[in-house]
Design a protein around this ligand. Structure first.
Ligand SMILES: Cc1cc2nc3c(=O)[nH]c(=O)nc-3n(C[C@H](O)[C@H](O)[C@H](O)COP(=O)(O)OP(=O)(O)OC[C@H]3O[C@@H](n4cnc5c(N)ncnc54)[C@H](O)[C@@H]3O)c2cc1C
Length: 460
């Protein structure tokens, strides 16, 4: 019962770590109490993107007349939407379960608890690891809002089980999960009111990226309140009422359902981290760039370290942890935030790569920025998808691309061209010089790039 590497948690981060360690020839144990599959597959990325497809289609159907088509009556059936999602997710989950049950790993379908820095209790046994990776993910955080517990609320987990659609809903929060689900319900016909504390939705990013999404939400009938202070909830059984302050005035909004999408916290309950000597900071397991915790042979990857709640980053962290744990003779691998990328799957979607203007200002990093709107771009006009813009940011000295942000059609796909440019330390002139087919959405990237190349004095 001794392993080169023990991994607690078989989600995106844990499985990536296990696979990498096994490929390096290590003996690997995975502990996961289940249900097996991980958040991304069971209750995160994949189920939400599956149901969002239904709300995107219904929104397009409602625009039939605009495209010269006979109007159709579009009505949603939430039970059928979730049934489709369940069929799709079952297959994804099955594949992940097969990967975890591969005989190349020793899988313990039990809860893990540290006994000492190298020993873990699973079921009635103690297993020993030379190195250990904690990849236990996150859970929905609870917030002390007076009256909310008594009124009752939904979370993103509950939404994925719903059979009947509420007539009205209050959405608390405006991060990725909140805004995606708010638009989902609004588009399938629920009257949605979104209440957000910050001055704009998606408050971690730049304001100009959020405003076109807010405008589209409002144009589609959603009520969006920003810069609010939520005071309390009351309920009369049928309706739940939010009492909040907005622009200095007391306001109330009532709805059949409340979606609490204010955030998640690290899932460390019951791990007994004290026995392992692993320290936490503000509720998360703190790690360095090699993914090591305060105990150098113990690593923490994915949501549990609180760095980002994004799957491709969880996977990269998992791979880095395994390399550093089982390949001590090779140079250590470190997490590099330069290519940090995120996509919010609203319509219009928002994709963000590298530095934001907010970050540059906070860190005194010099930059040049240029934007170009989709409503002045041929292909977007043909498609009827003219909300939003592209913003590129470069180093003023040599034109190297240091940030790229897109709010607009296919933003989540378009950003990948720019990731490649940044990966190779390309410049804004490189974007202009690369061939772009016409007419495509991708062409729009060349316009702000050309403006920046002119400002930097780069030859094209
Ligand atoms: C609604 C929603 C939508 C999202 N959409 C996206 C998206 O579109 N794109 C994106 O990049 N990210 C998205 N995310 C975030 C993404 O899902 C997470 O960042 C990612 O899945 C985290 O992976 P993980 O491996 O850290 O944790 P998890 O996948 O949660 O894995 C943790 C595993 O640990 C196991 N475990 C926990 N404690 C123990 C214990 N004590 N003993 C044994 N086993 C244990 C659990 O059973 C679980 O299998 C979304 C999240 C949510 C909630």
């Amino acid at each position: 019962m001794e392993f080169d590497l023990i991994i607690i948690g078989g989600g995106s981060a844990g499985y990536a770590s296990a696979r990498t360690a096994r490929e390096a020839g290590a003996s690997v144990a995975i502990i996961d109490h289940g249900p097996l599959g991980g958040l991304c597959i069971l209750r995160g990325c994949m189920p939400t993107k599956t149901i969002l497809r239904s709300s995107d289609v219904i929104a397009l159907m409602r625009r039939a007349k605009e495209f010269g088509l006979l109007p159709v009556e579009a009505k949603a059936d939430l039970a059928a939407i979730n049934d489709r999602k369940n069929r799709i997710i079952e297959e994804f989950a099955q594949y992940r379960v097969e990967q975890l049950r591969d005989p190349g790993f020793t899988l313990f379908e039990e809860k893990a608890e540290f006994v000492s820095p190298h020993e873990i209790k699973v079921g009635g046994k103690i297993i020993v690891g030379k190195s250990i990776v904690i990849a236990t993910g996150s859970v929905i955080a609870e917030f002390p809002i007076p009256g909310l517990d008594e009124a009752g609320y939904l979370t993103s987990d509950g939404v994925l089980e719903m059979r009947a659609q509420p007539e009205s809903m209050i959405v608390l929060g405006a991060g990725a999960v909140a805004v995606e689900l708010a638009q989902f319900f609004s588009r399938i016909g629920t009257k949605v009111t979104l209440i957000q504390r910050s001055g704009h939705i998606l408050s971690k990013g730049d304001e100009d990226m959020a405003r076109p999404v807010e405008a589209r939400f409002r144009a589609e009938g959603m009520t969006v309140y920003t810069t609010t202070k939520l005071d309390r909830f009351t309920s009369d059984g049928a309706l739940k009422t939010a009492h909040f302050t907005h622009e200095g005035k007391q306001k109330t909004v009532s709805a059949q359902a409340v979606l609490q999408a204010l955030g998640r916290r690290a899932n460390i309950d019951g791990l007994n981290l004290e026995a392992a000597g692993v320290k936490t900071e503000r509720g998360h397991i703190a790690v360095d760039a090699e993914m090591r915790t305060s105990q150098p042979h113990i690593f923490a990857v994915g949501d549990v370290n609180g760095e980002h709640e994004i799957v491709h980053i969880a996977i990269e962290q998992g791979e880095i942890s395994a390399h550093n744990a089982v390949c001590p003779d090779r140079p250590p691998r470190k997490m590099d935030g330069r290519l940090k990328t995120s996509v919010v799957f609203t319509d219009p979607p928002v994709a963000s790569l590298g530095l934001t203007e907010k970050e540059c200002r906070a860190q005194n990093i010099e930059y040049l920025a240029a934007s170009y709107p989709f409503d002045d771009h041929g292909k977007s006009i043909c498609l009827g998808e003219t909300h939003g813009h592209v913003k590129l940011m470069c180093n003023p000295k040599d034109g190297e691309l240091i940030g790229a942000h897109i709010v607009g059609p296919e933003a989540g796909e378009l950003i990948h061209q720019l990731i490649t440019v940044m990966y190779y330390h390309g410049t804004v002139a490189d974007i202009v010089k690369t061939p772009h087919s016409h007419p495509t959405l991708s062409e729009i990237l060349t316009y702000p790039a050309e403006e920046l190349a002119g400002l930097v004095g780069e030859k094209i």
